[in-house]
Write a protein that binds this ligand. Sequence first.
Ligand SMILES: Nc1ncnc2c1ncn2[C@@H]1O[C@H](COP(=O)(O)OP(=O)(O)OP(=O)(O)O)[C@@H](O)[C@H]1O
Ligand SMILES: [Mg+2]
Length: 334
Amino acid sequence: MSDLLRVTGLVKHFDARRGVFGRMLGNPGILVQAVNGVDLNIGAGKTLGLIGESGCGKSTLGRALLRLHEPTSGEISFDGTDITTLDATALKAMRQRMQIIFQDPYASLNPRRTVGEIVAKPLQIHKLASGSELKDRVVSILNRVGLNSSHLNRYPHQFSGGQRQRIGIARALIMNPKFVVCDEPVSALDVSIQAQIIELLDDLKQELGLTYLFISHDISVIGYVSDRIAVMYMGKIVEEGETSEVLENPMHPYTKALLSSVPHLEKSTTRRDRIRLKGDLPSPINPPKGCKFHTRCPLAIDICRQKEPALELLNGTQSAACHLTSADGPKGGV
Ligand SMILES: Nc1ncnc2c1ncn2[C@@H]1O[C@H](COP(=O)(O)OP(=O)(O)OP(=O)(O)O)[C@@H](O)[C@H]1O
Ligand SMILES: [Mg+2]
């Protein structure tokens, strides 16, 4: 199957001097290196799960793919079109096909608008429907996500967390997109509700032929929803592969550490393979030289402190960025 999305060398640095405190700092060189050269592809109709610790750049990457954050550099090809060079008009048209579902369904819904107004808005902005057609389309998508026409005139605060996320999904899907970034869509929900929303997203994917980038810091959720998994550390993809490969045969020490932190997955790894993650993520303003994981990696050797390893295809479908697994590495591919 062909790729719907191809990302090459994507970089997003934020100017940390922005905002009141940043300007007071007045330091000319402060850049937050949130996304630091990401290459990834997502096949049409597939789900790529993106996992990594808080602050590693998952949301920034997801938003940059839709140009909700303007990339600093790199290329994003969507359905064969390089969207990084599109002007505002062309980008607006392209956005109909690329949508996002946010983590916090309450904060992302305007509290002063009714559900009907919130879900109808994208169609109105793009002037795609009005009058009774607009209402029919809104009711139809509400029905599809498990809500109904009696909800049209209610406000977000009148709904439970799970229902609010259904509203967020309806708003994203009313444009008939091809690609949806699901940014931690269930992290704010109770576990029982999480399962319902994950099932809904899965059904919608099959039914509407959607392609997802599914962001989560929960490896159980990622393992369940994803065809492939990408593991992110300090703005870079450090491992990528089929879901079963990454979960059953992780290559990168960071992936092993993530898996070792989940009790029921830990049982499936041998004691020798377990890696405990120590310390916090280093600052993205001043990332470590060489491999960015070397400061926390129990296996780090000299070269890891000096040279950043490239993401390298290791067995046909699985890639890792680690000197210890590299074919050119010190162990000649372990
Ligand atoms: N608008 C911004 N301006 C400056 N720095 C930012 C901005 N947005 C994000 N960052 C920084 O970029 C880094 C990556 O943030 P991001 O929100 O992408 O991480 P994340 O992986 O989504 O984390 P989480 O799991 O907590 O959602 C963080 O250090 C964050 O503070
Ligand atoms: Mg995030």
